[in-house]
Design a protein around this ligand. Structure first.
Ligand code: RIB
Length: 289
């Protein structure tokens, strides 16, 4: 089956710093890397590296050809990435010595995806395929509804969190992934706990505590995190989502898929960078952690 990803594509400019800068502070970075990123692109690369067939739906500017080329090299179907007049999205990422980050996002072309491009991509979809979305593009509600009507399984990673954005796609979701803070914010906005939202599967990521899977009508399942030394947590959540969906796509049971994704995310946090350093399936399977 295929995973369609309505997803952002960014140039990530990553600075390693002794600590995250405060207001008015000037701080020298100790390391600089540039690479492919965006929550969408990271998820596409993760799912492709986890051996899924992935078609990315997105947009870049004229300055973003390199990003499309790189996604293609990483095994992602890029035929539905369009070139638009806006500049390619980018992110300025500060990472401190504890691996925590703070991100400035310029959405650019990620907000200029057309309905026509979405429809063209989904015309190739079949019931049982998956659509994944995050909150870094336009057309989330439209795409989720169209995909659901076509019989796709619809997954949403609620990041960057915005309660209104989640509510716009909620009626179409089969799968929701969010962290503990986002789960609380969503509960405040909807007045409902995550397992009462009407979504068949909800996964709450808990950082160093692992994750919790809430399935309709079943007891919560806790998956522990794996002990690793954190270098950079950026993109770990995206890697987790991509790996989970790829594993589910090839028929793996949810609990096993979440354990595999947890391992992939654990490897990811030991590396500085985003899409370019996502581990492949062989590395994940053979890693002893
Ligand atoms: O989740 C990490 C991602 O967030 C980065 O790659 C950055 O581009 C932002 O989208």
């Amino acid at each position: 089956m295929t995973i369609f990803n309505l997803g952002s594509i960014n140039a990530d400019i990553v600075y390693r710093l002794p600590h995250l800068p405060g207001p008015g502070e000037t701080l020298a970075a100790t390391e600089l890397t540039r690479g492919l990123g965006g929550k969408g692109a990271n998820m596409s690369v993760a799912a492709a590296r986890a051996a899924a067939r992935v078609a990315h739906i997105g947009a870049v500017g004229e300055d973003g050809r390199w990003a499309v080329q790189r996604l293609t090299e990483y095994g992602v179907d890029t035929r539905h990435i369009t070139a638009v007049g806006d500049a390619t999205g980018h992110a300025i990422i500060a990472v401190d010595d504890a691996g925590e980050n703070s991100i400035i996002l310029y959405p650019g072309a990620n907000h200029a995806i057309s309905e026509a491009a979405v429809c063209l991509a989904l015309a190739e979809a079949a019931p049982g395929d998956t659509l994944v979305l995050q909150n870094e593009t336009n057309l989330q509600g439209f795409t989720a509804r169209t995909a659901r009507e076509q019989g796709l399984r619809v997954a949403y990673a609620a990041a960057p969190f915005d309660a209104d954005a989640v509510m716009a796609v909620l009626p179409f979701l089969d799968f929701l992934i969010l962290n503990a803070v986002e789960a609380r914010q969503l509960q405040e906005a909807t007045g409902k706990s995550p397992n009462a939202l009407g979504v068949a599967n909800v996964v709450i990521t808990l950082g160093a505590q692992g994750c919790r899977w809430l399935a309709a009508g079943a007891d919560p399942v806790e998956i522990p995190a794996l002990p690793v030394e954190v270098v950079d947590s950026t993109g770990a959540g995206d890697t987790f989502t991509g790996y989970t969906l790829a594993a589910l796509d090839r028929g793996m049971p949810m609990e096993q898929a979440l354990r595999l994704a947890t391992k992939a995310a654990a490897i990811m946090v030991t590396r500085l960078g985003t899409a370019d350093v996502i581990p492949d399936l062989k590395e994940v399977q053979s890693a002893e952690i």
